[in-house]
Write a protein that binds this ligand. Sequence first.
Ligand SMILES: Cc1cc2nc3c(=O)[nH]c(=O)nc-3n(C[C@H](O)[C@H](O)[C@H](O)COP(=O)(O)OP(=O)(O)OC[C@H]3O[C@@H](n4cnc5c(N)ncnc54)[C@H](O)[C@@H]3O)c2cc1C
Length: 464
Amino acid sequence: MSAIPSHFITELAAIVGSSHCTTRREDLHCYSYDGTARPYLPAVVVFPENTGEVSRIMKLASTYGVPVIPRGAGTGMTGGVVPLQGGVVMPLTRMNRIIEIDTDNHIAVVEPGVVTGDLQNAVRHHGFFYPPDPASLKYCTIGGNAAECAGGPSAVKYGVTKDYIMGLEVVLPSGEIITTGARTEKSVTGYDLNRLFIGSEGTLGIITRLILRLLPLPPHKETFLLTSTSLKRATEMVSEILSASIKPCTLEYMDKTTIGVVSGYMEDPPPKGTEALLIVEIDGEKSIVAEQVGRLRALLQDQPEFTVRQAGNTREIDEIWQARRAISPSVLKLRPNKISEDVAVPRSRIPELVAFTETLAKELDLIILTFGHAGDGNIHVNIMLDRSIPEEAEHGIMAKDRLFREAIRLGGTLSGEHGIGFSKAPYMGYELNEATLSVMKQIKSLFDPKNILNPGKIFPPSGV
Ligand SMILES: Cc1cc2nc3c(=O)[nH]c(=O)nc-3n(C[C@H](O)[C@H](O)[C@H](O)COP(=O)(O)OP(=O)(O)OC[C@H]3O[C@@H](n4cnc5c(N)ncnc54)[C@H](O)[C@@H]3O)c2cc1C
């Protein structure tokens, strides 16, 4: 852990005001962890109010060589905000203004601390929607979404965060302020720096303002719950739906164990004997939705494994989504700890991936459940365990390692949306060769030659 010079904290407090800078131990604990629940204490937590303050903080940190870790709401699942080397944790939560909703050009300009769900509600009043919808949307921030390139159920039709970022304002580790992208639908002025910062997990710069693309609200939506008595058929159905010229805006999947965990949220839970379910939503103009629903019903007509339930009202739809969004916290009913992975594979390989996890669970005597954004091949695999039981903890790590190898063998990737942080960093070499990693390290060195911005993340422990 880096030692912090005593006057550094005094200078930091002078930038933001002493009430926005804390070294109280109880505060430090609050900002020591994220969804991975593997805490490291920072030396100080600082809450800037504007870009100018962020810039001055970075200049100061750069002068003293002190690590800075930008933070949104701390809902990340890979330890991205964990201050591995101490230093400064900098939540951007005071910078939470929706600066502009431009209905003529379908744009919102926001600060990074805006909560994703709040932005969605705000633009809905103007007849628009902001599609990226991570299950954590009531808490997570747009800045955190950009830094992780978050996705959600609607990604199958509408894409992920990177598809909605038109421009950024970024403070570099040196304190310099740059802008990327433009307010126009098209812009090819120089390199596409937007894409470099999106998904960079707070390691290249601090996002202080975002220009976001909005879409007009689709006028109509239908929601279906497809329950299946066959896990294999449920996972095969994902590709079959998309190959039948059906374009759902949601195609989510849950296995039997997951259903068991969240069925309490539904008044009318799936029937006994259900091995898996799919949530399918279709949106758009009413006539197009009707035509697509017809195709879906036709596809499922002679499929005895499936039961089709169409939500009849908002309450039924809300129940389905309440159950879906409750998965992550609720699975801890099964075991006190979990290794939560979000591998993605080509959609046609989902049946193989899910079958593999079933075998793995039996071999290692673990509970492993699968659910997630099947429409884009992004399957969440939760390996449940009790870390205080050494054999279980060891088996959990073996399961994670084998899962990653299998995902890569199937043509997939380590992470569809949660990023690498430090929890997946040791496995980067499974997917990327040395030359690719070396290019990424050179980019990191270019932006952050002193390695002060979120050190210890993304790259395998041998380091930058
Ligand atoms: C219950 C639950 C459900 C979830 N469901 C989903 C899901 O469906 N889809 C999905 O994609 N993710 C999901 N996640 C993961 C998480 O919510 C997302 O990764 C989210 O984007 C993190 O946002 P945050 O504001 O909490 O960021 P944080 O966790 O605070 O930070 C995440 C990373 O972003 C960096 N960062 C934060 N703000 C900035 C900034 N302004 N500039 C530069 N870097 C910054 C941090 O340094 C860190 O590396 C879920 C998490 C939970 C707990």
